[in-house]
Design a protein around this ligand. Structure first.
Ligand code: F3S
Length: 642
């Protein structure tokens, strides 16, 4: 039986374990990336590990999330990250340079390498054959300090693309179509590997759009082969030396397979408030729109934005619509400035934002109350745009641009002739926004302004744990629900005490006051608890508020890892219907926790209020159990003499 592409890359980088489904493996990490929103914590943790320099081939610290300087806080964070980068040998990408994933794709990712990033859309670089995984911040800090990453070997799902895309249908429609078929849970426990003759018509950035939103499928990562299209992209980025051809064997083994006929896909739209709530646009009733936002790490490539410019050429944005465009990188902005496309957008009435995450992370451009906002982004969770009662629809750049002109959600195929976009002979490449580390790193001091507060560190796990249920949630609670990411809170990513005042703010009243009143306690979750962003703060803030245990029907992968890293015990119900036997403020006790974890013999929960016993289970590895016993990864790392 032949090898999959995933197997080949992992086999080359394998440090421990074996590549069978569910085994714990460790792999050598070639590259890491951080963004500022998770990065401040990563660098606090890296500094706590007391290292001289990083062990990875290349690490980059991007500033793309919190780029608004309304107060000193973001600027403090940027300075802190910049000085850490200088001290430890990390490349620093200044604000304005662009979005981490688009920039990493353009400048650094290499086919066949392993990239770990403290952002859930790190899989974007799978578009050029990099095995790129979004991980918790502490995992990324350890990857930099030690050069490795531990995770459970996922299953590998092959998605074979056949046929070719219809006119006006693009990569975004493909991944929305896959989300419609598989749902936000369909990729959980899998790496998705794409193949088939249909990939020949997808550019490197089209492929990156598809791997980017593999995160919304819940997949560990997604990857395309490295072929002539990859070579062409890297060559035009001035990086032909980074190309290596990579493909699966023709008789490769996969745990699951599915085939998608690209001919069958029409323009798609994810309806509020979930990326898998997808409908074909032709099946949507006439919907008037207030805002169109184009950009984000999903759809801000040169070709995406050039398509938008061509569609808007000689046209005017509808009077009732605010159109905002954020380019993925400073290079794209420069090229569009040079070739006149920027002028076209401005002439049509678009508002041009800086090359950054911008409205995707709620950094400005919150729409008006009850607005209908059409976005080319990857997430449309309630409130993420900054306006609680707004409705966000996710679409392709083509749909977004046509709709901005008509003022309602418009199927682009009804719009007329599709413009042809020429991929440039050479992309603009500049180092002016990057600061490369110097030889004299020891001289650099880390600067910590007043917004940088110490992060919470847990105690070793107690064998008996008692407390009240402080909150019981429904299914699919996101990390945005646990810690909202709107603009007003983003400056406090390095200030956990301040952030804690907003914990569960979108779904519960005064959670932090309740948590303090009862000196911490338990949280009960539904299915897919902690889906969404990789944000470590969704574990660190509950830790600060004294949360000891989260019991859920199931967990999202990165959030579960973040809970374990924080030393918060993630347990699941043996019988999911037992979820119904627990209510807020019930008194709970679990005993013999340590032996239960160690021997995998199950853990029994006693609901003192209702006088019932409920069987629970811990599904982590032995190493996860050891991390929890130590009170989190940082304690474990210190004990293990990392
Ligand atoms: Fe940034 Fe939004 Fe992507 S916050 S990294 S553009 S998901």
């Amino acid at each position: 039986m032949g090898k999959s592409l995933v197997y080949k890359i992992l086999e080359r980088n394998l440090l421990s374990g074996n590549l069978t489904d569910g085994s714990e493996i460790s792999v050598k990490v070639n590259q890491t990336l951080t963004q500022d929103s998770t990065g401040t914590m990563v660098y606090l943790q890296l500094a706590a590990m007391d290292i001289q320099e990083i062990q990875t081939e290349l690490s980059v610290a991007y500033i793309d999330h919190n780029t608004l300087q309304a107060g000193f806080e973001n600027a403090d964070d940027h300075e802190f990250i910049k000085t850490c980068a200088a001290k430890y040998g990390i490349i620093y990408s200044k604000p304005g340079n662009g979005i981490c994933h688009q920039l990493h794709l353009e400048r650094f990712a290499k086919p066949g390498q392993v990239l770990i990033g403290s952002d859930s859309h790190t899989p974007t670089c799978g578009g050029i054959g990099t095995l790129s995984i979004g991980a918790g911040g502490l995992d990324v800090a350890v990857a930099m300090a030690k050069g490795y990453y531990f995770f459970k070997m996922p299953k590998v799902m092959n998605i074979e693309l056949v046929g070719s895309l219809q006119s006006w249908v693009s990569a975004k429609d493909v991944i929305l179509y896959i989300l419609k078929r598989l749902s936000v849970k369909g990729g959980v426990g899998f790496i998705i590997e794409y193949s088939g003759e249909g990939i020949r018509n997808l550019s490197a950035t089209d492929r990156a759009t598809i791997t980017n939103m593999g995160a919304e499928l819940g997949a560990t990562t997604s990857i395309f082969p490295s072929d002539e299209i990859t070579k062409d992209f890297l060559t035009k980025q001035g990086r032909s030396q980074d190309f290596v051809p990579l493909t699966a064997d023709s008789d490769a083994h996969y745990d699951e397979k599915m085939q998608i006929n690209l001919d069958e896909i029409t323009s798609m739209c994810a309806m509020p408030h979930s990326p898998d709530h997808v409908k074909a646009i032709r099946d949507i009733e006439v919907t008037k729109i207030d805002q169109v936002a184009i950009g984000s790490c999903t759809n801000s490539s040169y070709t995406d934005l050039m398509k938008v410019a061509r569609i808007l050429e000689g046209k005017k944005v509808h009077p009732d619509v605010s159109l905002v465009v954020s380019p993925g990188s400073s290079s794209i902005l420069k090229m569009m400035s040079d070739n006149g496309a920027l002028g076209t957008l401005i002439h049509a009435g678009a508002r041009i934002l800086e090359a950054a995450c911008g409205p995707c992370i709620g950094m400005g451009q919150a729409p008006k109350s009850k607005a209908i906002s059409l976005r080319t982004f990857n997430r449309n969770f309630e409130g993420r745009c900054g306006t609680k009662d707004a409705s966000v629809f996710l679409v392709s750049p083509e749909t977004a641009a046509c709709s901005a002109i008509t003022g309602f959600i418009t199927d682009p195929s009804l719009y007329g002739e599709k413009p042809v976009i020429e991929i440039p002979k050479q992309y603009h490449v500049s180092n002016h926004y990057f600061i490369y580390p110097s030889e004299h790193r020891a001289d650099h001091e880390i600067v910590m302004g007043p917004n940088i507060k110490p992060f919470p560190v847990n105690e070793p796990l107690a064998s008996t744990m008692t407390g009240k249920i402080l909150l019981k949630t429904k299914d699919n609670v996101t990390t945005d629900d646990i810690i909202p990411s709107h603009a007003a809170l983003l400056p406090f990513r390095s200030n956990i005490p301040e952030l804690s005042k907003h914990c569960f703010g979108t779904i519960a009243n005064d959670f932090h006051i309740v948590a303090k009143k009862y000196n911490g306690g338990f949280i009960i979750g539904g299915e897919n608890y902690g889906q969404g962003s990789s944000r470590e703060h969704a574990a660190l803030v509950p830790l600060y508020l004294g949360i000891k245990v989260v019991i859920a029907k199931s967990f999202a992968r990165i959030h579960k890892a973040n809970l374990i890293n924080a030393g918060i015990l993630p347990l699941t119900f043996v019988n999911k219907k037992d979820y119904l036997c627990l209510d807020e403020l019930d008194d709970l006790r679990i005993s013999e926790v340590l032996s239960g974890l160690k021997n995998h013999k199950g853990i029994t929960l006693y609901n003192k209020t209702k006088e019932i016993l409920i069987p629970l289970q811990f599904t982590g590895s032995e190493r996860d159990a050891a991390i929890l016993a130590a009170g989190g990864y940082l304690n474990y790392a210190k004990q293990s003499n990392f």
